[in-house]
Design a binder for this molecule. Sequence first.
Ligand SMILES: Cc1cc2nc3c(=O)[nH]c(=O)nc-3n(C[C@H](O)[C@H](O)[C@H](O)COP(=O)(O)OP(=O)(O)OC[C@H]3O[C@@H](n4cnc5c(N)ncnc54)[C@H](O)[C@@H]3O)c2cc1C
Length: 360
Amino acid sequence: MEKIIIATGASERTLPFGNWSAPGVMSAGALQSLAKEYGVIPGKKIVIAGSGVFAMPVAKTIKKVAKDLGTRVEVSIIEAQSLFRWWRNTFAFLLNPSKIIEAIGFVMFMKGNDVKTLSKTIITEGKIDAGQIIGVEIARVKSDLRQDQIKKSLSADLIATSFGFIPDMTLASILGLERKFLHGDAVVFVDGNQRTSLDGVWAAGEITGIGGHELAISEGAIAARDLLKKGHRSRGSYFSTALLKWRRMRQQFFAAGLAKIYPVSKGWIESLDDSTIVCRCEEVRAGEIRESASELGADSARTAKLFTRAGMGLCQGRICQKNVKEIIDFMRGDVPNATDANRETVRPIGGVVTLGGLSD
Ligand SMILES: Cc1cc2nc3c(=O)[nH]c(=O)nc-3n(C[C@H](O)[C@H](O)[C@H](O)COP(=O)(O)OP(=O)(O)OC[C@H]3O[C@@H](n4cnc5c(N)ncnc54)[C@H](O)[C@@H]3O)c2cc1C
């Protein structure tokens, strides 16, 4: 029988704000890739906005590449949550001492390289002039992401935004693997050996829960050992598998801590203006999505898509689907249908691409 481990990774999450579809707004991952892989820094005053630990490595990359290129770049981080929430992860830090060193390293780098951080703040609008970003309007937020009224402007020529990652469930849903919700994400349901609900299919990495590259590596190794039946052969290999599982447990604990520190709570929906674009590909605005639930009875991201075209464009909902889902859930209250992980993540487009086909 053929066996397969699927590990299709994740895409970045962004939350919509005024003018986020203008040139000069991109995801933090896109900014990092441009700098790291191509040595391109597309701005001089960069604001990295959102929530989560990802802003720090991106800021570090930008500063380092700018230094190599001999250019000056101002980088600020706008973080939605309070930095004091880190105490919630104390135990997870103790289980993962290397993370303490990593965190201290980042804090020192930020201080030494003049990267300013504003916490409990989000971008409400990108200011544009002649089609280009010239600044941002920011507002204080509560921990549930509801905005305070006090707003302020900062100048910027590039906005990079990131509110964490969303597991890519395309292949998992095509295969019909059982899914569940973990920290608000639909993920593949796996057992202790990373086996999925389908015989001969294992899953590893971000599709079983967002946790970073180290956790993905541990999960991949556990899946591979089980697939190859290692860990069943001798006491030594049983011990190696047990060690891997202990490492995975520590790393999952850390990931769960991060999810608690940086929750993307539903308050953002309350502050969302009806005129703000939610689906960039099809230019569908928040008001239309709200109306699809209140007037037309949309009860999921999928039905909202059929009414409004949100998620029908080039990216097939990779960017907006989760936001559309949350808006619809919010409009309907917590009804069982809207929290069915198996229903929400069906994205039926997929096909086999052979290596021969690619080389042709
Ligand atoms: C820009 C960026 C920066 C990051 N920086 C950090 C960092 O500094 N530290 C950290 O710990 N983590 C970081 N991460 C997260 C880290 O990359 C992931 O945790 C890790 O790569 C997860 O491994 P994975 O195997 O789950 O997925 P990935 O490494 O993303 O691999 C998924 C692979 O599956 C392929 N794929 C997807 N769908 C299909 C399909 N249908 N058919 C065939 N192939 C498919 C994709 O092309 C990709 O090659 C970053 C992520 C991004 C996007």
